[in-house]
Design a protein around this ligand. Structure first.
Ligand code: SF4
Length: 99
């Protein structure tokens, strides 16, 4: 059985070292954002062999950062997100802290 859900797209993925990255796009089915309070990409994976999938665009499956203004019930409510940053801190760049 397959399901279809609407989730925010990962519009830009600048983590070149990630095995899911090709052409500045993430090709995982869905990523998870958040390691507690930090909006890091939990799906980031650095392996010598990259993932073969190159057509699919990733979505945000879950986000554990409740401190973000876009977070609603542990899911992302933004239309799209960008992911990037330093290799040891690949993060959601769309994060906006709640006031
Ligand atoms: S924009 Fe906010 S809620 Fe959406 S994935 Fe990024 S940190 Fe999570």
């Amino acid at each position: 059985m397959k399901i279809t859900v609407e989730i925010p797209v990962v519009a830009e993925y600048a983590a070149r070292e990630c095995s899911y990255n090709a052409g500045r796009a993430c090709h995982a089915k869905a990523i998870t954002i958040g390691q507690g309070v930090h909006p890091g990409c939990d799906t980031f994976l650095h392996m010598s062999t990259p993932a073969r999938e190159r057509q699919r665009r990733a979505g945000v499956g879950a986000c554990k950062v409740i401190a973000c203004r876009f977070n609603d019930d542990l899911e992302c409510g933004a239309n799209a997100i960008s992911v990037g940053g330093a290799v040891r801190a690949i993060s959601c760049l769309t994060f906006v802290p709640r006031l």
